[in-house]
Design a protein around this ligand. Sequence first.
Ligand SMILES: NC(=O)c1ccc[n+]([C@@H]2O[C@H](COP(=O)([O-])OP(=O)(O)OC[C@H]3O[C@@H](n4cnc5c(N)ncnc54)[C@H](OP(=O)(O)O)[C@@H]3O)[C@@H](O)[C@H]2O)c1
Length: 330
Amino acid sequence: MEHVDNANLIKIGIIVAYIEDAAKRYCALFDLPMQHIQSPSLTDPPTEQTDDRYTGIEAAGATRAQGSPICRFDTEQALGVTLGLQEIGPRSIQGVMAVNLLITGAGRGLGLEIAAEALERGHRVFAGMRNPEKKNAKLSELTARYSDKLICVRLDVTDEDGIADLAADMRRSGLTLGTIVNNAAVLEARNTPIEQLDMEAVARSFDINLFGPMRAAKHLLPLLTEKSASFINISSEAGSLTNAYPGDYPYGITKAALNMLTEQLRRYLKDRGVAVYSVHPGWMKTDMGGEKAPTDPRKSAIGIMDLIERKVVPDTPFHFVDYTGNAMPI
Ligand SMILES: NC(=O)c1ccc[n+]([C@@H]2O[C@H](COP(=O)([O-])OP(=O)(O)OC[C@H]3O[C@@H](n4cnc5c(N)ncnc54)[C@H](OP(=O)(O)O)[C@@H]3O)[C@@H](O)[C@H]2O)c1
């Protein structure tokens, strides 16, 4: 597939999302089944029965020449209407505000499960990944099921310019965020004795596991303006000084430093009401955790979403918690 830049990924995502959302609202308003909108909407000639139903779609930025069956989408107009959506006010899903989540490393593993859980709960997800063109089966299935709420964006956490551009594209599109999840990480030089440590692996680990979340904070925090916002750093028990073990040096040290970043940002963002946590997601069955791991990453994702939705509010001296909200030893 050709390289599509983030500005277009975002625009396409928002247009599809908004049009489907508007169509759903229209159907709900007039008690129409959704399939009346979905299949005939853009290609079938309008009939007496379907004609006025285009209106809901046109309201979302699609235009149609008099009598023509084809709707055309004006990107700017559609985006303008998208921004107008914010005037309607925040949506609520069963008592919880629907937010825009941005997740790094969302193409597989825990990141993908957090995306899936958030989508199932009705949130909109900006799924950051290094190669949005390369989708595994699970991501493809999610993309098809949640075309209105899942927007895959290019995001390499080592690429500061790329993150800055993504932030600028989102700002230009009038988007805000309710949650940032710094999930992307690598576990390099696993079990390697210090005498044999490859310092490049150490540097790479810092670049991804620590500098990545710092870059995300630097460029994306200004967008984190939604109510009850949260900034989540996915950490690890390997970052606990209490439980330090001689091995996984780069990983453990970067996660310990990440916990420090969490405490610093927690104090920095307190007055803005942003909840900041380092979360140990458990030993999970993922590429990183391996087959023998006891925890299903979806279970961790459910716990993390409960923290994000403030269904679980930890009462701990430091904000280093496990995925159920219990304090982790610093
Ligand atoms: N698995 C466990 O048992 C365990 C335990 C404790 C903590 N954790 C933490 O949980 C989080 C998720 O781990 P996981 O088990 O899901 O790991 P994983 O299966 O190895 O997945 C890692 C994810 O990070 C992404 N990533 C790596 N480098 C990146 C970069 N430069 N830019 C953007 N994305 C990048 C990967 O993307 P690509 O597909 O492009 O490589 C992938 O999506 C990590 O923070 C990890 O430290 C995991």
